[in-house]
Structures are given as structure tokens and as C-alpha cells.
Design a protein around this ligand. Structure first.
Ligand code: ADP
Length: 473
């Protein structure tokens, strides 16, 4: 990993180095010439502007000092009007002598009235930049402006820069190495450690520590992985619990069935009354068993997607009345009372059988967990969003911690009643069916007062597209 980082850094440094080299060495002279030319043009333009104004000579003096310039201004009769000669031999233009006349004739014969170029100054054996321009127009010249500035030989500068570049490159290489080591510590090591921990998690060690080091994003990843490990561990425990619960719950009826079958064989076989009683118990236990096995099969089918919805359109109010009527027998026998508050009849389109199962599961739970007053309330509430169905009990309620988990598979709270047939799958089936239909569902619960389980049969197809997560099939 460290090597990777190092390679990237070296590549980066190489690019920087090439760029620096290119710009500093190869183009240095060109840059310098161009810069000088543009400077001298600017100064000349400024000079032309102020030429002839009051005290312009003073400004010319300043410009000459600031820009290392030799300046000559002659009038149209070639008489020197102004001259500044700061650099002795370095100047090609002094008064109307030497090169000056040659330059002026060049200006005269040029098309633009301007000349600009570098010339070898034999006195000092370096190049010098000469700029000349006409004052006024070519047809009617007022005079001529000549500027001259020495060009510093770039060669020596180049040597200095080359040496500096070498030193910079060495420093960059060192820095790159250090930085790659540092980054590999901060990034690569934590990643390697996370990978190791993830592998351990895959082996089933859910208590493994994920350490993200000091890098924020890696810390977040470590947090997410720790969360995943906890969740997997929870599901794993639930699954193990299920096997324990289910085998326990399955064993009870099986034991009973075996015991009563033996009793019939050994004792009550000839006694029709006793035999009938024992056979009835066997039948009841078989029913219990079938119910549980069905629950498990249903859920596994629902969750594996093996169960398709078969939608039909029916009146929800009639359906609710029909289901609650079925509980009348139970009410009469056990003293439970189911109060039904209907709303106007509404046609809904959904899988009738599955919705019925949801309602039954909710009512069964309400019956199982309601308080001693044995009152249960079922409500149909038509809302603009769809038909909301509520099943309320007056039991102990569910505390916040459990509330989060009751829809989870195999989850059974501690107050789960043994005598109640249940695998902890009822609400998971509700959840699976709701998800298949894409309906919203939930539970509101107050400790000591009871719980209200609800779901909404969404109907409006248009609503469905506007409100993600709601709507029917
Ligand atoms: P089961 O009832 O078979 O245990 P469920 O999936 O139906 O399984 O319910 C899961 C858990 O949720 C139950 O064990 C119980 O603790 C809790 N629960 C469900 N319905 C109610 C209710 N109406 N009041 C209080 N607790 C409930």
C-alpha cells in the first residue's frame, strides 16, 4: 500500500518537475523577452501620452530610473529635445549620434511608425532592446521617441534556477516519501485493519472491533461496519431463538399428542367417553401444530417472494364485519368483547386473503395481550389517503425499546404468554404483507393503557405516485 502511494506521489512530483523545468528553463528566455517588450511598449505609450505636457521631463526621468532606460526624444528636425543616458556604454541611443539616426530612418521606412527588436551592443557584448516610435503621425511627425534597455543575459539565471530545481526536486522526493508513508499510515493501515475485522465478522465473530483510525470517512465506515455487525448478531440471535422457540412450541403439542395417543391405546380405548375426550385433545393439538407450521411457511414464502398477490376488489366494511362475526363464538365463550366502529362502505383493491390474515393476526394479538377488562376496539376510518384500520387493546402496552422490534421476525417480548399460540411470527407476517402491498402500518402504544396497531389500505393510484412508499397494487 505504501508503495502505491509512493508511486502516485513520485508521478505527481515528476509532472511538477517537468512543468517547472519546461517553464523555467526552456521558456525562460522567451518569457523574459516578451515581458521586457511589453513593458517597454507600455512605458512608450505612457510617454507619448504625456509628451509636451508641463514637467513631462521629470516624469521621463523617473521612468528612466525605474525601468533602466536610456531615452532620446528628437524633434522633426532631428534636434535632441530630451535625453537620458543612465547607463553609459550600455546605451545605444545617446543624443543624435551613433545608432540614433539609423533607428529614425528605420522608423521612417516602417509601415507602423514603430520599431522594436533586440540588437547586439558591441560595447558591452550583450543584447539590448530598442524601441522607437514616431511622435505625431508618419505624414506629419512632431518628432521621434527612442528607448533602449539592456537585456540581462538569461544564461546565468538559468544555471541558478537549474540548481534550485535540483534542490527542490530532492526536497519534493523526500516530502513525497514522507507523505506517502504518513498517508499510508492514516489510510492504508486502517483499511487493512477494517478488512481483517470484516473477515473475522464473516467467520461469525460479531464482537469484533472495527477501528477506522483518525480519518473521518474511515471512522464512519468503521461505525457502519460495527452497526452491521450488531444487526447481524441480533438477527443471528433471533434466528437461534426461533429454533429454540419453535422446537419448544412444536414439542409441546407433539408430547401431548403422544401422551394422549398412548392413553387411548393403554387406558381409554374401550371407554368411548374418555376416548372421545382424548381424541379431541389430540385434534386440538394437531390444529395448534398446523397453525404454527402454516405461520412459518407463510412467512418464509412471503419473504422469499414466492407468494404473489392476488388482488380483488371488495367492500372493506363488509369484510371487517365478517371477520369480527367469526370472533363472536370466542367472545361468547371467553368474555372477550370486540367493538367495531365502521365507516362508510368503501371498495378497496388488494389481496383479500392476506389483508384478512393481517386483521386476524392483529385481533389475535389484541385478544392475547389485552387487559382484564377484555375489551378490544376495531375501527374503520376512511381518510383521503385510504382506509385506515385500527385494532386497539387495553393491555399493558409496549415499552419504547420493544416497540422498535416487535415487527421483527421471531421477536417475542418477555411477557409473551406461553398459553398463547404464537411463534413470534404474527407481526412479521403483518409486516411482510404490508410491504408486499406497499401500505403504511405501525403501532402507537402507551404503557399501562394499551396499544393501537394500524395500517392504511391506500387506494388512489394517483396518490401512489406522489407519495413514495404508499399506495396499493
Ligand atoms: P407472538 O404474538 O406470536 O409472540 P407476534 O409477532 O404477533 O408474535 O408479536 C410479537 C411480540 O409483540 C409479542 O411477543 C408481544 O410481546 C408483542 N405484541 C404483539 N401484539 C401486542 C399487543 N397487542 N399488546 C402488547 N404486546 C404485543
Amino acid at each position: 500500500m505504501a508503495l502505491h502511494f509512493w508511486c502516485y506521489f513520485m508521478f505527481f512530483i515528476l509532472v511538477v518537475f517537468l512543468l517547472l523545468w519546461g517553464f523555467q528553463i526552456i521558456f525562460l528566455e522567451k518569457f523574459y523577452d516578451r515581458m521586457k517588450t511589453s513593458d517597454i511598449q507600455k512605458v512608450a505609450a505612457h510617454m507619448l501620452n504625456i509628451y509636451g505636457t508641463e514637467n513631462y521631463e521629470e516624469t521621463y526621468d523617473e521612468l528612466a530610473y525605474d525601468n533602466d532606460l536610456c531615452i532620446v526624444v528628437v524633434d522633426k528636425y532631428y534636434r535632441t529635445v530630451y535625453s537620458k543616458d543612465l547607463m553609459g556604454n550600455a546605451c545605444l541611443v545617446h543624443g543624435f549620434a551613433n545608432y540614433t539616426s539609423a533607428f529614425i530612418s528605420q522608423i521612417r521606412s516602417s509601415k507602423t511608425g514603430t520599431i522594436c527588436g533586440d540588437i547586439m551592443n558591441e560595447h558591452i557584448r550583450t543584447n539590448t532592446l530598442v524601441y522607437g516610435t514616431v511622435i505625431g503621425t508618419m505624414d506629419n511627425p512632431k518628432g521621434y521617441l527612442l528607448l533602449n534597455t539592456p537585456l540581462v543575459p538569461v544564461g546565468s539565471t538559468e544555471a541558478i534556477i537549474k540548481r534550485q530545481l535540483l534542490i527542490i526536486s530532492a526536497i519534493l522526493l523526500m516530502l513525497g516519501l514522507l507523505l506517502s508513508i504518513y498517508l499510508s499510515r492514516r489510510l492504508a493501515r486502517p483499511i487493512a485493519s477494517l478488512t481483517k475485522s470484516a473477515k473475522q465478522m464473516a467467520k461469525g465473530n460479531y464482537n469484533v472491533q472495527f477501528d477506522g483510525g483518525s480519518y473521518l470517512e474511515l471512522q464512519q465506515l468503521a461505525g457502519a461496519l460495527t452497526y452491521a455487525a450488531q444487526e447481524i448478531s441480533r438477527v443471528d440471535t433471533l434466528q437461534r431463538d426461533l429454533i429454540a422457540n419453535v422446537s419448544h412450541d412444536l414439542r409441546t403439542p407433539l408430547t401431548m399428542m403422544k401422551a394422549y395417543a398412548e392413553m387411548i391405546r393403554d387406558l381409554s380405548g374401550d371407554n368411548p367417553v374418555k376416548r372421545a375426550e382424548h381424541l379431541n385433545i389430540i385434534i386440538e393439538e394437531t390444529d395448534r401444530l398446523a397453525l404454527m407450521v402454516n405461520d412459518i411457511l407463510d412467512l418464509s414464502k412471503l419473504e422469499s417472494g414466492g407468494l404473489a398477490l392476488t388482488p380483488s376488489t371488495f367492500g372493506i366494511r363488509a369484510k371487517l364485519s365478517e371477520i369480527i362475526d367469526r370472533y363472536r363464538g370466542l367472545s361468547a365463550k371467553t368474555g372477550y368483547h370486540i367493538h367495531f366502529t365502521p365507516d362508510e362502505e368503501t371498495m378497496v383493491t388488494c389481496d383479500a386473503g392476506k389483508i384478512e390474515q393481517v386483521i386476524c393476526n392483529l385481533i389475535n394479538n389484541a385478544v392475547n395481550y389485552t387487559g382484564p377488562n377484555k375489551q378490544i376496539f376495531v375501527r374503520q376510518i376512511n381518510t383521503p389517503n385510504g382506509v385506515r384500520i385500527e385494532v386497539q387493546d387495553t393491555g399493558a402496552g409496549i415499552d419504547k425499546e420493544n416497540l422498535r422490534m416487535i415487527f421483527d421476525k421471531y421477536y417475542r417480548s418477555e411477557n409473551h404468554k406461553r398459553e398463547v399460540v404464537g411463534t413470534g411470527l404474527g407481526l412479521s407476517i403483518v409486516k411482510a404483507i404490508m410491504k408486499l402491498h406497499n401500505y403504511s402500518y405501525g403501532v402507537d402504544s402507551t404503557l399501562g393503557k394499551g396499544s393501537t396497531f394500524w395500517f392504511v389500505i391506500h387506494q388512489d393510484k394517483k396518490e401512489e405516485t406522489h407519495h413514495a412508499g404508499t399506495g396499493s397494487h
